[in-house]
Design a protein around this ligand. Structure first.
Ligand code: COA
Length: 187
């Protein structure tokens, strides 16, 4: 089992558990049409975000299948949450995890998502002890797919029109990296 005991500090970011006071910042992210374009959900109202935030504050533990570690991304010294990065435990028995991330458009194009995701892969293949981490993206979500490739994930599949999202059939691209591949990249 893994529990987040303290924030993760990277060169430029603080990755920490969500808090009730993050409502305004999270609402700014989740109510932005560009952010949710390739996500399953649409833009969220303040009340919807408040309800989601209540769930998010407790997502600091990975023990059982479908537990999720969800970290707020805060540029150091800014006091502002600009997005989040998550690690979902897809299978404890098979030590498989899924990575995901979201950034407010103001915070994109600076390498923040890559920095946050790399720190989460360090956790995934370090203290969490996973064997494989995968990412899934809408086939049109070129920024997300490019990020996964930059992190060293290999494309394993393109599932053609496997989901019906927001009124249309969409492709899903699956990329993944193994613990030994991540270790080799980091050494
Ligand atoms: C997916 C997403 C997180 C990618 O964000 P991003 O900012 O493009 O990703 P990175 O953190 O890797 O940043 C890369 C960019 O920062 C630039 N950059 C600037 N300074 C940098 C630095 N110090 N280090 C690294 N990159 C830097 C890179 O050149 C690159 O720019 P480019 O895209 O113009 O080539 C973002 O598009 C997003 O939040 N989308 C909406 C939500 C979403 O779809 N999530 C994924 C669901 S599958």
């Amino acid at each position: 089992m893994f529990t987040l005991d303290a924030p993760v500090v990277t060169d430029r970011l603080l990755l920490r558990a969500f808090r009730p006071g993050d409502l305004d910042d999270l609402h700014a992210v989740q109510s932005h049409p560009d952010v949710v374009r390739y996500l399953y959900h649409g833009v969220r109202t303040r009340e919807e975000v408040r309800a989601k935030l209540g769930e998010r504050t407790g997502m600091t533990r990975l023990a059982d299948d479908h537990d999720t570690l969800l970290l707020a991304i805060e540029p150091a010294g800014s006091g502002r949450v600009v997005g989040d990065v998550m690690l979902h435990l897809a299978s404890a028995a098979h030590r498989q995890g899924e990575i995901g991330y979201v950034l407010h458009p103001d915070a994109q194009g600076r390498g923040y998502a890559r920095e946050a995701a790399a720190a989460v892969l360090d956790l995934a293949f370090g203290p969490v002890g996973l064997h494989r981490v995968f990412g899934r993206a809408d086939g049109r979500n070129s920024r997300s797919i490019a990020l996964l490739r930059r992190l060293g994930l290999r494309q394993e599949a393109r599932l053609v029109e496997n989901e019906f999202v927001k009124g249309e059939w969409t492709d899903e691209v699956v990329l993944a990296i193994l613990a030994r591949e991540w270790t080799a990249r980091r050494s």
